[in-house]
Unconditional design. Sequence first.
Length: 370
Amino acid sequence: MRLIKNPFNEMEVKKILKYVVPCCEHVRDYAWYQNDQKKTIIEVPEWKDKINKDSFLEVYNKKNPLDTNNTKNLYHYDRFELGLESYVTKIKGVLQDKYKSNVSIRGTFYYPPTGYMGWHTNCGVPGERFYISWASENKKSFFRYYDYDKDEIITDYDDKGLTVRQFKVPKSAPYFWHCVGSECDRFSFGFLVDSTVTLDFNTHKKIVDKIGDGDISDYITKLVENDESSYTKMPHSFGVERHICSNSYYGDWRVSEKCSKLHLSDIEYLLTDDKLQKISFDDIAWKGMDLPVEERRHKCRCCNGERYFSCKTYYPPIVCVNMPNPFNKKYRCIDGKHRIERMLSKNRCRSRFYVLDYADIKQYFVEYDK
């Protein structure tokens, strides 16, 4: 399962906050004002039991998946009634400008303390989802989901203020089961990005003739993911490019007691087609991966975004197995961290890499005094 957290850059975040904050303040004031008369906001002492593992297994094992769940404690406000349509539309506009696609609003909710929404899949309306949330306290509310690949329930806590999550809602199994819980004031704005593309008729007919009753979207997705020609062989012109193993602001990336460096030109001969493998980014350690997004990518510490914007993602990066790294990941990136970040920004979660064994390149590392 793929969940991307905070995919927007600094400028986009500022735009979103400009419209989210006044929305949240107005909704909270109105909800509690109305509550004096209608008592729509209640305290649910057992709210955690509604979204725990047992409650998940109860719905997960049913024959038909829950698209939505009526087990909830939240305030669903009408943005038109509250005069907030222009604010929500402007938030939607940030997504439209970024992804050059149609965006629809899927839900606007206020979760009071002990608020929650039970386990559900949203499979009735599949597609790329963006949940923008604003929380009054740090780590007091969360988005919880079941990771089918890892067979694990993951609780992802909200930061104080803005948190954005992006994930794909499939229409068939394995579904993206998720729920929400809060011990503070939490506001959420849901959006669906339409990634549909138009094919010319002849192309459409060729695909239909080939796959019959199959799903065209699934066919194209698999075609892109499995296309053996979707990469370009790395040009053998590394020049002075090198991989540095030192203790710096990125952390301790040394492979021995001393600092060392690897000139990539020394290992060019190892970059053969049989070394190419498709790998998930979740299994790779690269320098800066733990930094906030606003300190990476377009604000990269090593190049201030220059290499991020100029990198070519069709060149496979290089990773090593059995090589020490501070995150204890299976693979360590020795070339291509900007390409990884660029692909992540395009919502990709895996790619082809040259995979080398540390034992085969260890001899080329040169120690130096820092």
